[in-house]
Design a protein around this ligand. Structure first.
Ligand SMILES: [Zn+2]
Length: 205
């Protein structure tokens, strides 16, 4: 244990994902030795990112305005909505250039052991959108939901839950990405070609 602010810094850094105690210590001492101007820039972007970035009121994607660029883009097909876990998955789907619809970002996947149930995800907001009572009253009725959760245990559980929840909506097609994505991974790690094929080869459930 170090004293005062140094230990506080190590503790805070250690709470970041993927940073263990040793890395936290290394980063903390790097910052202590760094040029004040460099640290100042880091502090500034941290503040900016918390003040300036919001979440899209419609889909939950990160956004600088009330609506993200996909929800605000009238050329994108509002009848087709791709459901993903995280904003980074939106980027993964965009990279395929196969998708011209809109998105819905859940904010994670079901993981009961970690205390993540349906209420912790943006599932209620998805149901509102499908039911036509979401924030985008101008939104055309959603005709198809593509479930594109990660190909791992939590993603599969989330997909199964959504399928059960959504299958009784009249006139709604619910589809899933075609198989072929490497199991156990994240959507973002799939290469563009594989993910693009999984999108275009999606199956209605
Ligand atoms: Zn949006």
């Amino acid at each position: 244990m170090f004293e005062g602010p140094v230990q506080d810094l190590i503790d805070e850094l250690g709470r970041l994902p993927g940073i263990g105690p040793k890395s936290a210590q290394r980063i903390a001492f790097h910052l202590l030795a760094a040029d004040p101007a460099d640290v100042g820039r880091l502090v500034e972007v941290l503040e900016r990112v918390k003040q300036g970035v919001r979440f899209c009121e419609v889909c939950g994607n990160v956004s600088e305005k009330d609506r993200c660029r996909y929800c605000a883009d009238a050329r994108r097909d509002a009848t087709l909505v791709c459901v993903v876990e995280e904003p980074k998955d939106v980027l993964a789907v965009e990279r395929t250039r196969e998708f011209r619809g809109r998105y819905h970002v859940l904010g994670g996947a079901l993981d009961p052991l970690a205390g993540v149930g349906p209420d912790q995800l943006r599932i209620r907001q998805l149901v509102s959108r499908i039911g036509g009572t979401g924030p985008a009253e101008d939104e055309t009725a959603i005709a198809e939901i593509i479930i594109a959760t990660d190909p791992n245990t939590e993603g599969e559980a989330t997909a199964t839950y959504l399928l059960r929840l959504l299958r009784d909506f009249p006139g709604l097609t619910v589809s899933r990405l075609a198989s072929g994505l490497p199991m156990g991974g994240d959507l973002e790690f799939a290469d563009e070609l594989t993910l693009g094929r999984a999108l275009s080869g999606r199956r209605a459930m």
